[in-house]
Design a protein around this ligand. Structure first.
Ligand code: AMP
Ligand code: MG
Length: 319
């Protein structure tokens, strides 16, 4: 668990009452704060402040067509920003707080800045479970736009150190809550009347959603990119990545899984949730190693394996 205060640029601090007060003051002044969530570290700003939201896009080098998730304390707060039908309420009640993002129509008087939704008439909302993020939401009373705290397209951060290395020079405060437990971005579900679509696989599995909704996700798409997680190259290290690697070559750093040992192993017991929590840290480690290439052992597709393979395929796609 990282916790030192000696990062260059950004000032990472362990979480505590004083740091939360400092973070709240910075957010109220339109500043950025990096904050742990149960999925990955987020780069937070007041979603109702257009200038603050512009800072997120600038800091990440994020294309402006790529909308942000807004984090709120509870379903009541979510309902001031988005319209929840019966199905959306069902998912929210079953899975919030937690790693599920719901895309719903905006309310008529939704106060978030237009850039947050990239001009769409829908909004992506999540009630996070992490105690530091929850305390920041409660203490600030703000609705926080917070994409992953890394440069756009690069490997997501699951520790304060990862944030410091990627964005340390532009983020003045990183709240350090240790390593993220889930380690992979939220499942994004779009509500379409009484149907739903999975826009991005994540820790909440299709089977969980199906058992709550009483039906599987619809697979109809309208052909356009609706979430940047759908862009082919994303989450990408600076080195070539080879997937389904049972064995390794001499110039490769090998990320193992289960019986395929590797230089590091995502889960010796082939536990997919454990593997998800360690995936981005392993990619950061592989990127920093002296080996010019990265190889990754096969990961089964079931459950969270779907999300792991989704991230890996994008990591392996040339930019
Ligand atoms: P990130 O925070 O970088 O993990 O990405 C946020 C994700 O939420 C992206 O995949 C966005 O495209 C998605 N998202 C945010 N708002 C919307 C929206 N209104 N419709 C569809 N996807 C959205
Ligand atoms: Mg991201």
């Amino acid at each position: 668990m990282s916790g030192s205060n000696d990062h260059i640029g950004g000032e990472a601090r362990r979480y505590g009452a004083a740091t939360i007060a400092d973070a709240v003051a910075r957010l109220r002044e339109g500043g950025l704060v990096a904050v742990p969530t149960e999925t990955v570290y987020g780069l937070a700003a007041d979603s109702t402040d257009a200038a603050a939201v512009a800072k997120i896009y600038r800091a990440k080098g994020r294309p402006d067509f790529n909308p942000l998730i807004v984090h709120v304390l509870d379903l009541d707060a979510a309902r001031t920003l988005g319209q929840f039908n019966e199905l959306a309420i069902c998912f929210a009640k079953a899975l919030w707080p937690g790693p599920l993002t719901l895309v719903v129509p905006k309310t008529a008087d939704c106060p978030v800045a237009a850039a947050v939704t990239a001009g769409l008439d829908t909004i992506a909302l999540r009630v996070p479970a992490h105690p530091v993020m929850r305390e920041l939401l409660a203490a600030s009373g703000l609705y926080l736009a917070a994409p992953s705290a890394n440069r756009s397209g690069a490997i997501s951060p699951t520790t304060a150190d990862h944030v410091a290395r990627s964005l340390g020079s532009v983020v003045p405060l990183i709240l350090d809550g240790g390593a993220c437990k889930r380690g992979i971005e939220s499942t994004i579900v779009a509500i379409d009347g009484s149907d739903y679509r999975i826009l991005r696989p994540g820790p909440v599995t299709p089977a969980q959603l199906e058992s709550i909704a009483g039906k599987p996700a619809s697979t109809v798409t309208n052909g356009k990119i609706e979430a940047p997680g759908q862009m082919l190259s994303h989450y990408a290290p600076s080195k070539p990545v080879r997937l389904d690697a049972q064995t390794t070559r001499s110039d490769e750093y090998h990320i193992g899984f289960g019986p395929v040992a590797g230089d590091t192993n995502l889960s010796v017991n082939a536990d997919l949730a454990e593997a998800a929590s360690l995936l981005f840290a392993a990619l950061h480690h592989a990127e920093a190693s002296t080996k010019p290439r990265i190889a990754v052992a096969p990961i089964p597709e079931g459950g969270i394996g779907l999300a792991l393979n989704d991230r890996l395929r994008r990591a392996a796609s040339a930019k």
